[in-house]
Design a protein around this ligand. Structure first.
Ligand SMILES: Cc1ncc(COP(=O)(O)O)c(C=O)c1O
Length: 343
């Protein structure tokens, strides 16, 4: 079970394949960021100090530095939450990124699934989460469905006695960051952010948690010392500057246009697209999904299998949005089962 929960897009990638499986947007960090990272190397003899990063992130989200915990990627936050909290009923709203569940299980917690359904467009329904859940994980926008839940639906889940974790790892890739709770100081609400996707720094490990100071302090108490490196802290400061945010916003607008082109191309092939995609990836359902995935690999394209996500089966595939998808759409058309009636 844990083995499948720990299957991620990077396992699909191989030499010679176009990578549509991993959702890191840039092939490498931008030059201004690489320069700042190179410049910090002389200071590596010192232990890292994340205070500047806390201040910069707080300023970016209009919050207090005490509301911020820098982490070694958003992924570290799942482990900290699983280790610091003692939930009676932990709920993961699936299909979503599987690391929250993997971290909860590894820490010995039982996990209840709430499964959103394809026929509802994978949207949150009002009564989806049981009232007794005292720890709830939701992705927004959700990986792999690409669905963006309304902030008002999330606010309804933030009830007294519950910690609601909203994973906003991809929200900086949605123009204007709509429906975000990052700036809202809501009791019991924890927001996770990642810098790795937008800035091409998955190998650096940079993310952070936003929440009430008391909760942040509980997470900090179980965080290994110096787990955020000096280069990661430098990236947090650099990527919180207004110029960086403007660049992220421009990249998000470009991704939105690419997404619209891909969705139109998929629909023209008669392929089912899940929900209303808002993130820079798309979830599709095709007959013989694993066969289609294998034929796409033979044609030079790695896509992400969907069957390791609770709530999805072998016919679901996730595709990262890239600039030029015409070649992929041609390969997909050829990879689809011959019996389909294509337009
Ligand atoms: C939804 C979601 N949250 C969090 C993460 C982890 O991000 P990071 O690289 O910051 O650990 C990922 C990585 O794929 C993700 O897809």
């Amino acid at each position: 079970m844990l083995e499948l929960l720990r299957w991620h897009g990077d396992r699909e990638v191989a030499d010679g394949l176009v990578d549509l499986a991993v959702n890191v947007r840039l092939p490498q960090p931008p030059e201004w960021l690489r320069r700042e990272l190179r410049d910090c190397l002389d200071g590596l003899a010192a232990y890292p100090d994340v205070r500047g990063a806390r201040r910069a992130i707080a300023a970016r989200h209009g919050r207090d530095p005490d509301d911020v915990l820098p982490t070694a990627g958003a992924a570290e936050a799942f482990t900290l939450l699983a280790s610091a909290l003692r939930p009676r009923t932990a709920v993961v709203v699936h299909p979503q990124f599987t690391e929250p569940e993997a971290a909860l299980r590894a820490a010995g917690h039982r996990v209840r699934h709430v499964l959103l359904r394809a026929r509802d467009g994978f949207e949150l329904t009002a009564d989806a989460v049981p009232a007794d859940a005292d720890l709830v994980f939701v992705g927004n926008p959700t990986n792999p469905t690409s669905v963006l839940h309304p902030a008002r639906a999330l606010r309804r889940l933030a009830v007294p006695g519950r910690v609601l974790v909203v994973d906003e790892a991809f929200l900086d890739a949605v123009p204007g960051e709509p429906e975000s709770l990052a700036h809202a100081r809501l009791p019991g609400v924890v927001v996770l952010r990642s810098l790795t996707k937008t800035w091409g720094i998955a190998g650096l490990r940079a993310g952070y948690v936003l929440g009430e100071p008391e909760l942040i302090e509980r997470l900090r108490a179980v965080q290994p010392p110096w787990s955020v490196s000096t280069p990661a802290a430098v990236a947090m400061v650099a990527c919180s500057r207004p110029q960086a945010l403007q660049q992220a916003a421009a990249n998000a607008r470009a991704a939105r246009d690419e997404l619209a082109g891909l969705v139109a191309g998929l629909r023209a092939l008669g392929v089912e697209v899940a929900g209303t995609p808002r993130a820079p990836f798309v979830l599709i359902r095709v007959p013989d999904g694993l066969g289609v995935r294998a034929r796409l690999r033979a044609a030079g394209y790695a896509v992400r299998r969907g069957d390791t996500f609770p709530g999805l089966g072998a016919d679901w595939l996730r595709i990262a949005v890239r600039a030029d998808m015409a070649g992929f759409l041609t390969a997909l058309r050829a990879a689809l089962p011959a019996s389909r009636d294509l337009p």
